[in-house]
Design a protein around this ligand. Sequence first.
Ligand SMILES: C[S@@+](CC[C@H](N)C(=O)[O-])C[C@H]1O[C@@H](n2cnc3c(N)ncnc32)[C@H](O)[C@@H]1O
Length: 249
Amino acid sequence: MVEWDPRAYLKQYYSIPYIPDDSRALLTFLLEQLNRRPEGYERAIEFGCGPTLYTGLALSPHVRQLHLADYLPSNLEELQLWLTDAPGAHDWSVYVRAILEQELGRLPTREEMAARETELRKKVTGLHLADIRQSNPLGSPQEFDLVTSFFCIEAVSPDLSDWETFLCNLSSLVATNGTMVLAAVRLCSEYEVLGRMFPTARVDESDFERILPACGFDPNSLVVRAVPITEWTDEGFDSICLVSARKLR
Ligand SMILES: C[S@@+](CC[C@H](N)C(=O)[O-])C[C@H]1O[C@@H](n2cnc3c(N)ncnc32)[C@H](O)[C@@H]1O
């Protein structure tokens, strides 16, 4: 992905003073899937997280260890700023408040918000450079009982057969009986980040339903939803796919 600017991406998509409808739908879905396993997860990875931590903030109470992976060193540097509470780090407080409000059913206190941020900083135990085009996306075989990835693999190549390969590469990180939770822009061929168009694989629910069983997931475990989105129509997409699946082998 050329000419990617983590700051520009954060400014356009994660700096408005409310939660846009795609993030809200994604976080509601993620929480719903996480709550299906009250014992939580030992080792989770958020793959292709870019410079963002909004999903990590939701994952944190449900996982013992959280690994973050992305292709670009500049994205990992931006994450590191926040993880070390460095000056100039992105402010995720709008998301912290909304996630806690959803969990608690009331507005959180300042102390509760600070505690969530501290918890996430403690639970992130690995930052990884990764490439989904490789059969071992982390460079060596590794397994996690929870793998999440949001708006990543469809952004790597517009070619549908590449996307299928990437989905299976990502699946290789999921342990037997592990869970994968995904979000993708739906039926979108390109979208805009601060004036530049990024081509994407044009996928919908049927693509996940077709490929995930072939990547080792239980067809009966598949949850695949199409959700209409109004916030980013001008940027190039008006719906997203939300997906959850359990690995059989
Ligand atoms: C649209 S952003 C999504 C970021 C974040 N997950 C979110 O929800 O906003 C796509 C991400 O895919 C990453 N990416 C691009 N090529 C990749 C590759 N070959 N392997 C892994 N990640 C890649 C980019 O660096 C970028 O962070």
